[in-house]
Structure formats: structure tokens, C-alpha cells
Design a protein around this ligand. Sequence first.
Ligand code: KIV
Length: 273
Amino acid sequence: MSAQTHIPRMTAPKITARKGGEPIVCLTAYDAPTAAILDEHCDLILVGDSVGMVVHGLTTTVGVTLDMMIMHGQAVMRGSNTALVVVDLPFGSYEDSVETAFKSASRVMMETGCQAVKIESGSYAAETISYLVERGIPVMSHVGLRPQSMNVLGGFRARGRKQEVADEIVENAIAAAEAGSFAVVVEGTSVEIAEKATKAVDIPTIGIGASAGCDGQILVTPDMLGQFDRVPKFVKKFADMKGLIEGAAKDYAAQVKDRSFPGEANTYKFTKK
Ligand code: KIV
């Protein structure tokens, strides 16, 4: 019998302990095979509500439901073994009361087996964060550009380039940290504000469209894989997934049409025995 080394999953407290240390590597995933590939390279995998836009073809994240998040969370948990898996609480599932937030978050944790949830945290969120954390649910917060509020903000543009908004972003990060978040995503703001927020809190900041000075980075995986033509300025395409899929689909179509596929290697021979 061969001895298998079991590498335990990353935990929320271990992520918090990385403040100011080795940068924390995070990506999003929504399905088991992708999670299995990302797992060994990521400290944290986020099942983001970006799933609504990059998988389901919605124009915003507002239409994403708790059931969708749970289904994708289950898939990511099946595919991963070592990364901390965090599942987004979608719009409408946590804002109106701490009780609603607990019901949604506990359902997500119990039905997926994930280790934490993320909420987009404006100034209203501190009470919710401490309520969840006190009841055993690690919370990652999300400040700056908050996609669930895009109808109020007027779009997906970067925030925090004006003093008023900049102060609000840093204040929201501080409030999220003081309420007990184990980490905070800082999205779509200036380098200066992201760095100010990073200095102001004792939990890791995870930047997206923010600054290399954050304690970690996250990107939406289909964006960084190059699956879409149009991506925000802050996304670097690390691959050309769209080109790969297009090339493969074109070759497949040509080979089906000229009957070179399926070839001998892809077919079964009838045997009498
Ligand atoms: O939903 C998501 O993918 C996110 C990341 C952009 C941080 O919240």
C-alpha cells in the first residue's frame, strides 16, 4: 500500500496570517475541471458571482441567484483539494438583515462544503460581517468597485480617483477589517488608494484592478485566459483561449466535412470473439 501525503486545505486564518508576507494567489473558478487545474497554483479559489456574466451570459451580476452559487460552489469543491474555496453571496441574499445573511451563508457552507463566503461591503455591512463571523462563518469582504451596486454607481468604471470616493473605499476596508473579515478584495481603484487601504488594515487586501502593493491578487479566470475580446484595462491575458477554441472548432468542422474525422484511431473494429 503506498502512503499518500494528504495536504490539508488552506484556511481563512492562514490567509490572514499572510498579511504583508508572500503575495496571496487567487483566481475564480465555476466548475470542477477548472478548479482541479487551478488548485495547486492558488491559495484561494473564489466562486465569484461573475459566473453570471462569464458563464451564463448575463450583462451584470444582479441576476445571479443563491441556487446558482451553490451549484457552482459544489462543482469547485469537488474539483479542488488544497485551496481555500470562497463562495460569493449574490445580490439580494444578505443585505436586508443579519438573519437573512446568516441563512444564505450557512446554506452555502452546508450545501457546498466551502470554507468561507464573500460579500460586497459598503458601510452597512459591518454588522453583518461580525454576525456571520461570530457564528462560525469566515467572511471575505469586497470594497471599491462593487459590481452588485453597478445600477447605483452607473457602470463598471474604476472608483476612488476622487477624494470623497477614495476616503469611502479606505473607510469601508477599515470597517470590514474591524468587523472581523479575514481578507478584503479591493476592486477597481487607483494604486494610491489600494495602497492606502492596504496600510490601513491588518488583514490582507486582495487586489483586482488595484495595485501590485496589495497583499494578494485575483482575476476572473476566463478574462485572464483570453476567452473574451473585450476585457477591462487591468486584466492581463495570460493565454489565448478564444483563439484556441476557434482554431479547434474550425479544424473539427473541416475534418467532419471531409470525413477525415473520426479516423482509425478514433473508431472501434468489430471483433467476432
Ligand atoms: O465575482 C467575482 O468574480 C469577484 C471578483 C472579481 C473578485 O467578485
